[in-house]
Design a binder for this molecule. Structure first.
Ligand code: FAD
Length: 390
């Protein structure tokens, strides 16, 4: 009943199959058990961060840190099929991706598109090797879904900007060396027009990082406070007041990254069945029904993603639901998996990894765009329904 089926290699183009084999062989030679464990436990435990940094450097040396990146920046110019093969092989081997998950997937594309030669030369390699960790400072206490309402200000003063304000829900903030920070540089312009993006050294005096403990017990997030922080004008990424366009440049290379969502769910589904193998609840008809429903939903997500990626490969439009529809499916399945695992495990599920999974899965319908916002996008852009009153 495993969802982690072997790909049909005979259906694959020869070059993609060779790419897959080459990665599989490299992983066989380099991936160790401590790296797999660190990837599963997360940055918070012991010296996992250092283990994962070393793993990132190793991926970089092997040319496997970001296959979708252009070759001149350390990638492989991989097409959609190769990217998909990459994610499948990495998931099968339970290999963690680069430690700098936000930097590599979200920030680097913006630096490639809008950065000066000096900025691309300075930042991309240390980011990809995991030598410098990046966080993304967008959300504020009063600006989340409506990001364009952000109020953290940057006032030009000679060759520096003076930054004041507060960011919140900042993933990796307490580990970060650099922050891609969105600030208001023109308070009089319409709200989408007066935003700029700065690349900020987190060691700059006046930045206070305060970790926030979540209900899972970990310190996933931080709040960032900026008190008259002097940031050099050369830190500006893209044109002044065009930060909204910079924010939209995210994910321009990583087209197959969406496959990571169903691959992660498949892995956890299989793990849940292994851990619950002695549970008497496996005989319960209601539980069996929920297991079958979950299996079907993950399989549906897999086929929807595969169909969308094939459409991308052919240069045609993906399904009406697009990325927002996939995010909606993922969030719902992730939360059902969290709840079902604890039901199956009984008392054993109330501590350890499944308890942690249950609580952390609540964030799935908030992170990266809330469920309500994504439903609006599917309704308005996918289905052509009337726009929500604004
Ligand atoms: C795991 C995780 C990691 C994160 N990492 C980062 C990070 O690294 N950097 C960063 O800047 N931010 C990060 N965030 C913050 C995240 O981007 C915001 O939480 C998200 O954008 C929602 O904003 P908010 O929390 O302010 O909620 P709000 O926008 O205030 O929304 C509150 C509620 O109102 C609903 N709502 C809002 N507007 C509408 C509307 N127009 N129609 C219908 N319903 C609406 C929402 O769906 C939600 O239920 C992270 C969040 C999580 C959970």
């Amino acid at each position: 009943m495993s969802l982690q089926q072997k790909p049909a290699l005979e259906d694959e183009a020869a070059d993609v199959a060779a790419f897959r084999r080459s990665l599989g062989q490299w992983l066989g030679e380099h991936l160790t058990a401590d790296v797999v464990a660190a990837g599963q436990e997360g940055y918070d435990e012991g010296d996992n961060l250092e283990v994962l940094r070393r793993w990132s450097a190793s991926l970089f040396e092997g040319g496997w840190a970001a296959v979708s990146w252009p070759a001149r920046f350390g990638g492989r110019d991989a097409g959609v099929e190769e990217q998909l093969a990459y994610h499948e092989e990495m998931a099968r081997a339970e290999a963690p991706g680069p430690v700098n998950v936000i930097g590599v997937s979200n920030i680097a594309p913006a630096i490639m598109q809008y950065g000066t030669e000096g900025q691309t030369a300075r930042f991309l390699t240390p980011m990809l090797r995991g030598d410098e960790i990046w966080c993304q400072g967008m959300s504020e206490p009063d600006a989340g879904s409506d990001l364009a309402s952000l109020r953290t200000s940057a006032v030009a003063d000679g060759d520096v900007f003076i930054v004041n304000g507060q960011k919140t829900w900042n993933s990796l903030g307490r580990f970060a060396d650099w922050c891609q920070l969105y600030v208001r540089t023109d308070p009089d312009a319409p709200k989408h027009k007066g935003i700029s993006c700065l690349l900020v050294d987190m060691k700059t005096p006046g930045i206070d990082v305060r970790p926030v403990r979540t209900m899972s017990g970990d310190l996933t997030f931080s709040e960032l406070f900026f008190d008259s922080v002097r940031i050099p004008a050369t830190a500006l990424l893209g044109p002044l007041n065009e930060g909204w366009r910079v924010a939209m440049a995210t994910l321009s290379h990583e087209r197959a990254g969406v496959a990571k969502l169903h691959l992660g769910l498949s892995r956890r589904f299989d793990q849940m069945l292994r851990d619950a193998r002695h549970s008497p609840r496996l005989q319960d008809p209601v539980c069996r029904d929920r297991i079958a429903a979950l299996y079907s939903e993950i399989a549906c997500m897999r086929w929807t993603t595969t169909r969308d990626l094939e459409a991308l490969g052919r240069g045609t439009a993906p399904s009406a639901a697009g990325g927002s529809g996939t995010k909606l499916m993922w969030a719902r399945i992730d939360q059902e998996l969290g709840e079902l695992a604890v039901t199956l495990m009984g008392l054993d599920g109330l501590s350890g990894r499944w308890a942690r999974n249950l609580t952390s899965s609540r964030s799935a319908s908030i992170a990266g765009g809330t469920t309500e916002i994504n439903r609006n996008i599917v309704a308005e852009h996918g289905l052509g329904l009337p726009r929500e009153p604004r």
